[in-house]
Design a protein around this ligand. Structure first.
Ligand SMILES: *Cc1c(COP(=O)(O)O)cnc(C)c1O
Length: 363
């Protein structure tokens, strides 16, 4: 066991093997009668594959994902979106009813949701609003983790909704400081839009890092629910034992595999340039509008925008048929909306709706 897993895995899970599914036993044969599957195919099952339980970790997909993310297959666990990985990390490394996590709000809500479901305490070190944007206080997050004995620190880069891209040396310094004390989870759901290196490049030096990647955003497969956690092989092994038996449905594995074929991947990569361009144009357009107070810099496929009257802006967009994310209930964001970067035509609709409404009725 690695230093991190030995120090931080829940003590009651040290010897826990998890569920031994029929598929996980290394047996060979011609006639498979060990999983109580149907002997007949469902007439609507066109490929004829669905009567069998899928592999717990479809090998070809795992190998391909590992290749795409430049890690070893044993360093990667596929799950039902990266959301499932967050749940697994909390379950494995927080004692139920006692554990603690550290987050930097305003941030993606699922870290706190899974912590609460597990009875873990959520310690908050808010983002700081300054000239550079909404920025995470990494030393502050480290202090909080040490002081409170938290075992997980969640970073989101690019930040949702802050848009902030964290510098890898700062992430490495935090991991170094928390070595043996806490795992630094780096959620990179939007990293492809940033055109920046992944924190996976730090894994060799820091075995208390876990990186979350997903096919939901840049790969346009949110409906397929495929994400993964990338970490040291011992950490992946520990998480795998906490996972449900068949987390990746066969049709999903097939769809993901197809989406990662070289040609599809090349297209995805070229689309990132288009998103960055559209993002810049939308940002410029929004900054030129009366009633827009601030548009934050963003490394993701969305913009966080403060308005003189965010309620009016939200309503004007809705009246024009455009639905954006209302952030007003989030800490520090009482006047903000988050707008995803759509197609060029969709961005024009946003600007037109806001331009018209903020120019006439606006306070
Ligand atoms: C969208 C999003 C996710 C969701 O990932 P899934 O793989 O779809 O579960 C994870 N983290 C952040 C910050 C997100 O914005």
């Amino acid at each position: 066991m690695s230093v991190t897993v030995r120090a931080l895995l829940r003590e009651d899970l040290r010897d826990f093997g998890g569920y031994k599914s029929a598929r996980s036993e290394a047996l060979a044969g011609e006639i498979w009668l060990n999983a109580n599957e149907s002997a007949w195919t469902n007439p609507r099952d066109v490929g004829g594959q669905l009567r069998r339980y899928p592999s717990p970790q479809p090998e070809a997909l795992r190998a391909r994902l590992a290749q795409v993310y430049a890690v070893a297959p044993a360093q990667l666990l596929i799950g039902r979106g990266s959301d499932e990985a967050i749940d697994l990390l909390v379950r494995a490394f927080c004692v139920p009813g006692q554990g603690r996590i550290v987050i930097a709000p305003p941030v993606f809500g699922m870290y706190a949701v899974y912590a609460r479901l597990h009875g873990a305490e959520v310690i908050e070190v808010p983002l700081r609003d300054g000239a550079e944007g909404l920025c995470a206080d990494l030393p502050g997050l480290g202090d909080a983790a040490v002081e409170k004995g938290a075992t997980l620190v969640f970073l989101c880069t690019p930040g949702n909704p802050s848009g902030e891209l964290l510098a890898l040396p700062a992430v490495a310094a935090l991991a170094q400081r928390l070595r043996g004390r806490a795992i630094v989870v780096v959620d990179e759901a939007y990293i492809e839009y940033a055109d920046a290196p992944s924190a996976t490049t730090l894994l060799e030096e820091h075995d208390n890092l876990a990186v979350l990647r997903t096919l939901s955003k840049a790969h346009a497969l949110a409906g397929a629910r495929v994400g993964c956690v990338i970490a040291s092989a011992p950490m992946i092994d520990a998480l795998r034992r906490c996972q449900a038996p068949y987390p990746v449905p066969q049709p999903v594995a097939d769809a993901a595999q197809a989406a990662l074929e070289p040609q599809a991947l090349a297209l995805t990569r070229s689309r990132m340039d288009a998103v960055r361009e559209a993002r810049a144009r939308l940002q410029d357009g929004l900054r030129g509008l009366a009633g827009v107070r601030r548009v934050y810099p963003s490394a993701g496929n969305f913009l966080l925008v403060r308005f003189a009257d965010a309620g009016a802006a939200f309503a004007a967009l809705l009246a024009a048929g455009v639905v954006v994310r209302d952030m007003r209930a989030m800490p520090q964001l009482g006047d903000a909306l988050r707008i995803s970067v759509g197609t060029a035509a969709e961005c024009r609709r946003v600007l037109a709706a806001l331009g018209a409404s903020l120019a006439d009725g606006a306070p």
